[in-house]
Write a protein that binds this ligand. Sequence first.
Ligand SMILES: [Zn+2]
Length: 680
Amino acid sequence: MRARAILIIIVLSVAMTQGAQDRPIGSLPYTPSLDVKAMDTQADPCVDFYQYSCGTWMKTNTIPPDQASWSVYRKLYDDNLRFLWGILDDLSKPRSTRNANQQKIGDFFAACMDEAAVERLGSAPLKPALDEIAALNGPQGLAVLLAHEHLTYGSSGFLFDFGSSQDYNDAEQVIAFAWAGGLGLPDRDYYTKPETASEEIRQKYVAHVQRMLELLGDPPDQARAGAAAVMRLETALAKASLTRVESRDPYNLSHRMTRAQLQSLTPSFDWDRYFSGVGLSRVQTVNVTEPAFYKALERELKGTSLADWKHYLRWHLVDTMSPYLSAKFEEANFDFFSRTLRGVQQQPPRWKRCVGLVDRMLGEALGREFVSRAFSPDMKQRTVRMTQQIEDAMERDIRSLTWMSAATRQRALEKLRAIRNKVGYPDRWRDYGPVRVRPDDFAGNVERAVTFDVRRTLGKIGKPVDHTEWSMTPATVNAYYDAQMNDINFPAGVLQPPLYDAKMDDAPNYGNTGGTIGHELTHGFDDEGRQFDAKGNLRDWWTKDDAEQFTTRAACIVDQYSKYTVVDDIKINSKLTLGEDVADLGGEILAWMAWKTEVAGKALDSRDGFTPEQRFFIGFAQWACENQRPENLRVSAITNPHSPGKYRINGVVVNMPEFQEAFKCKAGQPMVAEKACRVW
Ligand SMILES: [Zn+2]
């Protein structure tokens, strides 16, 4: 999944601006998709187009104290949460007219908001799992215990990540997947980078682990030893994990194995017991994305003492569950992961954490409420139409490419025509029937919702793919392309003003939402997506010459973005951001083509002193207005496949002659590339 905006981080952010404003809203506020007041017209568009389009926005939208960054996308998500708050607040008051879905989300929210009850319990919700860890007596027990923890809390934090996904070789089938996992820091690079800044973070991380173990009741000496053991174990796993750039090549992740092969990779782990524990006794095939990781895991299973494994399991248990425990756990978690790592000054208010949690845990039940109030059939119809127009533009674009042979072109068109368009919300809503939600059991509700989701994921194994399924919730302000599904997905949350604005004329809407649709479509043909065929199978459909042509053109983008600075002296890791950068440029080219077709023959007027062409580009730039804390930028430099907002705009327009003509920019000016890059 490769979304356009930065994924919402786990510790749900978003704004508490002023106390007076901190109340639900009955309808979503309106901001136009082109906001002249957000511009800095003193700036020269040919010198820094981002400053020109977003300058006043950046000045007047300081980052709220509970945010790591602030952007048009986040602000809209904040509005969505505030709007959903009113709905949930209403549904949390028990009355007979609630349907089953409404009862679930209302009660989930009510239990989360009951701070006094959460406080009274302290760490009590962890007691059964802590007892289970204490009773662990050897490797066989470990497999049983892990199966239980994966089912109850999700797997990614506990040794390895296990679930299901589409078979790389047959995208219509779902098979078991065993991924790397087991780390506490946001990326394997944190454990391996020698720089002082990384060393400092490692030290603070170890101190944080120690603090959390102390909160569980460990004496300081024991907690210190426990934290050191955690660091040693995680470092060994991190060193054996692929980098994010390596993971961009799907061939590096495709290793279909029999159950026996997996067992021989990790002889010390009892897979039979694990599989039976998660309800998969009959599973025969597993894709092991990173065999080297599992070899390292075997070394650790053999060489690490039982006492150290217990420290590790206790740490990951409390780390996973701390957001749902009493304030001291929640605050310690916030202190390291938000304050230290990302520079956030204060926790978001509880209502916001709770609304965000309902969105994550029961997102389609909440999404139904969102869609029925905030996404009209007319909005859907308009954006469906725009999506078709962008696809038509891509067809014309592919037909006109000079560097592609007829054979590859044919395959590219086949793939384009096979893409499924999903707009707004799923055709079939997820049934949360099996999730039991109680208004007085917050941590229990979280565990049961997680278990439902893990079982749902594992239950897909051996079955054909469900093409109606979404991996983002309707209220999400984001979008994605999925290479194995070969579909593009635009939740209702991202099709709202100021991103799509039905009151505005075409130019800024095509520049903005048209560009987003083009962006996701282009992902099907970026460095990663192009390796999958029309059916979503990992299969090379390129002639050798065409593949070389692609690589040469992509290298131009890698080279261009590698010169941009993220923060301090850290440059963009442009091999990590390549897919996004290619999609940003390709998306805007397609949006331009679609817009020009839509308005052909119509007389367009200037508005506010800007020509329609200028308005197209200003509308484009204003999706990306943002402010970021330096700490957050340092995390982004390692983990985020997207370039910072400034370069997602300036990096695109320097390559577009249409932009240079619209603003009369001249060769030699900063917004005119000496050698323009173009892939699609
Ligand atoms: Zn993207």
